[in-house]
Design a protein around this ligand. Structure first.
Ligand code: PAF
Length: 280
């Protein structure tokens, strides 16, 4: 695996490649990331990964400074997966001057759910992803469904900017007890780690309630799930049942048509914020 840190070296390595499959990451790689690398190999060749902890998508109170950085073990894992090039720029390479041009996702999609609780998050994500795409010029790029809203926003960005990159969605990888794999799981204490699978269990119980009673009172189901989490010591930011197509609140017509739904959540357990979702 070639490790390159500059855009110039990256372009040199990828010159003439028309079928590159790309997996952008912030490092601290776990089995979920590695499943993205494997999916990438099915959608293109060579596979290129990036590791860049993107300050632009962290708010002032977020965990940018303490975000886990495990570069050497990440490299070993990527090498074992047969990744061809790892692009690992530093901040000066990615942002040699203040990033004044930014992507601004539509408010209806970018300022709700994660965007409501992490203002500016999706501006930071889409701006860095557009820059990374411009450096790598991938034919396909892989994003996990765990970041459901991110995946949707990036897919629409590609469509609206006519980017030649196909966005491929990868299923969420879970621990045996149901907890979605995440770099932030490493922040959990032993007791919190034991409690953490409750988040997915709540999503499952909301999903089965929607299926069983036809989901007449979706807001009531969301409130009940939040209350149950609160009762176990969580601080939920949201539990939200939304249309899969655009993450808006389903109306009676949508329900009558049987529009596919997804339930999404973000909740704090101690000092750790976890997110998860489940398609219904
Ligand atoms: O999902 C992530 O790890 C990040 O948001 C991404 C897509 C690598 C952009 O920094």
């Amino acid at each position: 695996m070639k490790i390159v840190t500059t855009v110039e070296e990256l372009r040199g390595q990828l010159r003439g490649q028309l079928r590159t499959a790309f997996v952008p990451t912030m490092g601290n790689l776990h089995a979920g990331h590695l499943s993205l690398m494997r999916l990438a190999a099915k959608h293109g060749d060579p596979v290129v990964a990036s590791i860049f902890v993107n300050r632009l998508q962290f708010g002032p109170k977020d965990d940018f400074e303490r975000y886990p950085r495990t570069f050497q073990s990440d490299c070993d894992k990527l090498e074992a997966e047969g990744v061809y090039v790892l692009f690992a720029p530093d901040e000066r390479e990615m942002y040699p001057e203040p990033q004044e041009y930014r992507v601004d996702p539509p408010k209806a999609l970018g300022d709700v759910l994660e965007g409501e609780f992490r203002p500016g998050f999706f501006i930071g994500v889409t701006t860095v992803v557009l820059k990374l795409f411009s450096c790598v010029q991938p034919r396909a790029a892989i994003f996990g469904k765990k970041d459901y809203q991110q995946l949707m926003i990036i897919r629409r960005m590609c469509r609206q900017f006519s980017l030649p990159t196909e966005i491929i969605a990868a299923e969420t990888v879970r621990a045996a007890d149901g907890l979605a794999l995440s770099s932030r799981n490493g922040y959990l204490s032993e007791a919190e780690r034991a409690e953490a699978p409750t988040l997915y269990a709540e999503l499952q119980s909301v999903a089965s309630a929607v299926c069983q009673d036809g989901g007449r009172d979706l807001a009531g189901l969301e409130r009940a799930a939040s209350d149950r989490l609160r009762g176990r010591g969580w601080r939920p930011d949201y539990v939200a049942i939304r249309k899969r197509s655009d993450l808006t609140v389903p109306g009676a017509d949508d329900r009558a048509r049987g529009d596919p739904l997804v339930v999404l959540t973000a909740a704090w357990l101690g000092a750790t914020r976890l997110i998860d979702n489940l398609e219904i």
